[in-house]
Design a protein around this ligand. Sequence first.
Ligand code: AMP
Ligand code: MG
Length: 522
Amino acid sequence: MPPNSDPSNALPRIPFAVPFTTAPGFAALGERFFTRLPPTPLPSPYLVSVAPDAAALLGWHGDAAREAAQQQAFIDTFGGCAVPDWADPLATVYSGHQFGVWAGQLGDGRAIRLAEAQTATGPWEIQLKGGGFTPYSRMADGRAVLRSSIREYLCSEAMAALGVPTTRALSIVGSDAPIRRETMETAAVVTRLAPSFIRFGHFEHFAAREDHASLRQLADFVIDRFYPALRDQSGNPYQALLREVSLRTADLMAHWQAIGFCHGVMNTDNMSILGLTIDYGPFGFLDAFDANHICNHSDQQGRYAYSQQPQIGFWNLHCLAQALLPLWREDTGDSEDARKAANDAAAETAREALDPFRDRYAAAFFRLYRGKLGLQSADDGDEALLTGLFRLLHAQRVDYTLFWRNLARISGKDGGSDAPVRDLFLDRAAWDAWAAEYRTRLRKESSDDAARAVAMNAVNPKYVLRNHLAETAIRAARDKDFSEVNRLLAVLSHPFDEQPEAEHYAALPPDWASGLEVSCSS
Ligand code: AMP
Ligand code: MG
């Protein structure tokens, strides 16, 4: 039904209290960067879920979020049906490399930024995903389906609770409006929060158009707002930006690997300039460990397989570097030699900024995995110990999350108990051999079993968003039962805690889960 034919639209709306002020933020950049437009109303919207931890970021604490979310004005605002006076809705333009190939102009095809909130927790862009057609929708419909909205919503909040940098999700508003994907589904809007949704692709866009003034304006905006310390360093601030983004991306890749998270579509338009996990689509957490696991059914070549992620992150950084080159390439004249010299010097500047990626990734990787192993110190043998472990987990297809969680229960003494973790291996002798090495390593630092278990349980989650858990919540939500979404959200918000009533969420996936396929379709 068109929004104006809905008689409830004629009624005065009770505005919900907004606990923040707003600022122009991205909108101050000017209209080469975006198109102003209102969202397209979601027909007959209803609340599916509101996330208390995300709401608190905006200033709705405790019950305030649930109370606000009960109001029709909240549902209308975050369903794209009413544009409140504090909003300045717009869709931004970007380009990018998709599956390694230049894709040209993309942009917010179904994401509409409502406003930038100024809060006690910093600036938060409030963005409706699935908010309708924009000039960047290309051939698609501007909508998101309930299924993918639930996946993005739950995973954003789960990742935040796991301590992984990520965009956040405030709410899902649903509608019975039919949406065509492989089958008919229904529409939803997930409201996302991030200090900024700027992607590598935003820079690639202006570089590809040789609009160097806009490119510089964008880089200055990002530096001044999000990396102000780079201004205090001597030298080239744009090179410093590239270096900083490389370091954050290296950290992010190490986090993903450690937690067993596969993004699935690491295109350069899905890479955050702030080093956040962004654009949750066909993602997946590892169940049975397979180093080459491909979570995205559309990724036939395995470009974005689990083991490839750090390298792809680095590849994407090269695309960002290429886009930033004009900001420091000196114009030294028109001769062939002068041009070559300028290009070589500019490329060298980029290389210097990208170089620290490898060491930073390795450092973050070993720091995180030593934590997972319950080790307090570094030892030369740790790399071999880990390599042996990955080989074993891969060969035995051991459940990744269960393995790490149960490893905390092993005694460091020879012949001590190790039943829960040993039971995860079919080849017990292979496990025993690795466990002996691990125990030797533990004794080398006089590891205390109880203290180690506490430390390990604080970094090895008990609960992650396995595909089948999301699927169960999606199936119930299709029948208008949103309790499972809310229950799962609550469990995943405390992933390191023992939650006796939620034990089944930590179990191995059921047999039917192996038939689940997740693709780019969302
Ligand atoms: P993604 O693979 O979800 O990161 O999307 C890649 C590009 O396609 C982005 O520019 C999206 O905005 C756009 N896009 C994806 N799905 C839709 C849709 N249903 N309607 C409009 N644009 C879309
Ligand atoms: Mg995207």
